[in-house]
Design a protein around this ligand. Structure first.
Ligand code: HEM
Length: 438
């Protein structure tokens, strides 16, 4: 009764609050076109922020939204008042990922799932423990997304399930083509093909799970999910496996692509990375001893290049939450059911936190950024459990590229495309040459 009273009072007082400033654009489509048609998403966000300040309303992807672009507001939504905002995705994506995936969960179910996926098992033994870090396959045959997909599948299933890997990949690639499709489930549509591939993926994962339950568990992510057997059903595990592949693949591939581009555009930084990696290779002598976890800790320059790449490229420009009740923030009303978007890109491009923000300058990370100003992996309970694995993947790949290959990029267009994460416009075609071929 007391709670009902408090809620009624809150509702009454929220009625008198104003919505944040901003415009809602055209009916239904809102301002989606203005956001995604711009070659540089900074233009849309910066224009809005200059006109309305760090909190404004808009309408994109069929939803009324409040966008917030200050570190304090992002912390309010993602950390301190996270219970007032639930994670959410557009409907077609949610059906393909599986409604029980970790992204959409909160509270009792999210906690064990998240504990499983954030355990050191996202750094599988094969990668973390000396002596060997896996060698990426030859870049001429392997693009950034293929590399990231292989690492994701290896982290989830370990080496034992290699016989299923090709089929898993094929199903995932079909599924992925439908991520941004209209949810029309008729034969011939991308969505229909994607749903069929998803069903097959679920069946393969169920088969692997039942075989795993018969014998000793491995040390991969699937083993972590199985350890939580009381908490997770097979369907929940399957949804999470697909969710992790989605979260791991295009994100890492996008960052790798930007990193190659920025290094190509900044020869002195590239030279510093090559020098650092060659020094590490030299220190290992001619024994051919593989790279270890400890070696990656010495890659300070390359690590700063990764941080600066993630800041400048901000491949997740924002994330989505939904207000679970009317919320008041700084005197404004965020109505129940509205989406709330913390704008990582704006925060990463604010001159208040990063002087000359458009300049690619890894040396700025010689000093740690101010709290809540650098969130490439998000913040709070839903922040990325794969962040260490992602950084490790990138360091290992760049070690092999810098010490064994030279590469050149065809002149890339300036601009950004979303696929679904930010990528250089029209991709980044590259030519690799083995160093001894020079
Ligand atoms: C450079 C690469 C990556 C970037 C930039 C990145 C970024 C992010 C961000 C910003 C979030 C939070 C989204 C939100 O709050 O709504 C997130 C969540 C997540 N990431 Fe990553 N990620 C990367 C790689 C990976 C990898 C390699 C994995 C797994 C192997 C992974 C697994 C996940 C999962 C499972 C979540 C959902 C966590 C939850 O909802 O509790 N990510 N990631």
């Amino acid at each position: 009764c007391a709670i009902r009273g408090r809620r009624a009072r809150r509702q009454a007082s929220s009625k008198s609050l104003a919505l944040p400033p901003g415009s809602m654009g055209w009916p239904y489509v809102g301002e989606t076109f203005q956001l995604y048609s711009s070659k540089n998403p900074n233009v849309f966000f910066a224009r809005k922020q200059n006109r309305h300040g760090p909190i404004f309303k808009t309408h994109i992807l069929g939803c009324p939204c409040v966008m917030v672009s200050s570190p304090e507001a992002a912390r309010f939504v993602l950390v301190t008042q996270a219970h007032l905002f639930k994670p959410t995705f557009p409907a077609s994506k949610e059906r393909m990922l599986g409604p029980q995936a970790i992204f959409f969960q909160q509270g009792d179910y999210h906690t064990p799932t998240s504990a499983a996926s954030s355990s050191p098992r996202l750094l599988p033994e094969a990668i973390r423990a000396p002596p060997a870090l896996p060698r990426p396959s030859r870049p001429s045959r392997c693009g950034a997304s293929s590399y990231a997909l292989n690492v994701a599948l290896l982290s989830i299933f370990g080496e034992e399930e290699m016989r299923y890997i090709e089929e898993l990949k094929q199903c995932y690639l079909t599924l992925e083509k439908g991520y941004n499709s209209m949810p029309v489930n008729l034969p011939g549509t991308l969505f229909h093909k994607a749903m069929k591939a998803r069903k097959r993926l679920g069946a393969i994962v169920a088969h692997i799970i039942s075989a795993r339950r018969e014998r000793q568990r491995g040390s991969d992510l699937l083993a972590s999910f199985l350890d939580d057997r009381e908490a997770l059903t097979d369907a929940q595990i399957a949804d999470n496996v697909i969710g992790v592949i989605f979260a791991a693949r295009d994100t890492t591939a996008s960052v790798l692509t930007w990193m190659v581009k920025f290094l190509g555009d900044h020869p002195s930084v590239l030279k510093a990375v090559i020098d650092e990696q060659q020094e590490i290779a030299r220190s290992k002598g001619s024994s051919g001893e593989p790279l270890t976890w400890a070696d990656t800790r010495r890659m300070r320059m390359t690590s700063r290049v990764i941080q600066e790449t993630m800041r400048v490229a901000s491949i997740l420009s924002f994330t989505f939450r939904e207000a679970v009740e009317d919320v008041e923030y700084q005197g404004y009303l965020i109505p129940k059911g509205w989406k709330v978007l913390p704008l990582f890109r704006n925060i990463h491009h604010s001159p208040d936190h990063f002087p000359c923000p458009e300049k690619f300058d890894p040396s700025r990370f010689e000093v740690a950024p101010k709290p809540n100003t650098f969130m490439p992996f998000g913040n709070g309970t839903h922040s990325c459990p794969g962040n260490e694995l992602a950084k490790l993947e990138m360091l290992v790949l760049f070690h092999h590229l810098a010490t064994k290959y030279r590469w050149s990029t065809s002149k890339s267009e300036s601009g950004v495309q979303f696929g679904p994460f930010a990528l250089p416009l029209n991709g980044l075609p590259m030519t690799f040459t083995r160093k001894h071929d020079y």
